[in-house]
Design a protein around this ligand. Structure first.
Ligand code: C5P
Length: 241
């Protein structure tokens, strides 16, 4: 068992390169990584993603979902950006996941530098009724655990999950998978549209490897101070695993 620190990712959700650069500059050396997603990537392009990714560790959250060949080729095309973490949808199936992992291993001989492949299981915007509507007759939590088990077996390094799913996933899958957890709100901050939230310390205590925090940092008067306060909260929680 070793001491394990939960790391902080700032989600830079914007379509403006200047805005993202301003946040990234302010947060440099304070957060452990930045997250860029569909909005920034489609609006600003991959050169802009690469420019920001060259400055800081990058979570490139594009949630790919297509046939195995298309997803693994898409991931290969993204490898020059050298993200630390990348996402695909578990619902694409075991072959899509294993081909994706093989492609990343092939593109990076150094396993330390290989981007970690994360699977998204059930989107937190879905409830039992919306799962039923797409033919899945299970509760969101049961489906998260089922898809999570399949994804890790197929080669995903970890999962994106809600803080409320961490305990069930750790019980089912142990300490190995990297769990990356959005939907985090420091005590007393605005919940925005997030419904089932946890504080940074609660998520760390539950077993998150990384937490993803967007608006509580980017909409703060002083984003650097907001991020530093979250880091201080995380540093007070040291788990053993
Ligand atoms: O601003 P906020 O902290 O809510 O941002 C959280 C980030 O994590 C956003 O980029 C959002 O898209 C992402 N996310 C999420 N819930 C998920 C998966 C991703 O909030 N289940």
């Amino acid at each position: 068992m070793s001491a394990h620190r939960t790391r902080l990712i700032a989600a830079l959700d914007t379509a403006s390169y200047d805005q993202a650069l301003q946040w990234a500059t302010a947060l440099d050396g304070i957060v452990d990584a930045i997250k860029l997603g569909l909005e920034f990537t489609y609006a600003c392009g991959l050169d802009a993603v690469k420019a920001l990714g060259n400055r800081q560790d990058l979570f490139l959250d594009l949630k790919l979902h297509d046939i195995p060949n298309t997803v693994s080729s898409g991931l290969r095309a993204l490898t020059p950006i050298k993200p630390r973490l990348m996402t695909i949808h578990a619902l694409g199936g075991a072959e899509m996941i294993s081909r994706s992992r093989a492609t990343l291993e092939d593109a990076f001989d150094n396993d330390e530098k290989r981007p970690k492949l994360l699977a998204v299981t059930v989107l937190t915007s879905m409830n039992e009724q919306s799962l039923n509507e797409i033919g899945i007759n299970a509760t969101p939590l049961d489906e998260v655990v089922r898809l999570g088990r399949m994804a890790i077996r197929a080669g995903a390094d970890g999962l994106v999950c809600s803080a409320h799913e961490i305990t069930a996933l750790r019980d089912a899958l142990g300490d190995g998978p990297e769990l990356v957890v959005p939907g985090i709100r420091p005590a007393g901050s605005n919940t925005d549209d997030q419904k089932r939230i946890m504080t940074p310390a609660q998520a760390a205590q539950a077993g998150a490897d990384w937490i993803v925090v967007g608006r509580p940092i980017t909409r703060a008067d002083d984003p650097a101070a907001a991020a530093q306060a979250i880091q201080n909260e995380l540093q007070a929680v040291t788990r053993c695993r």
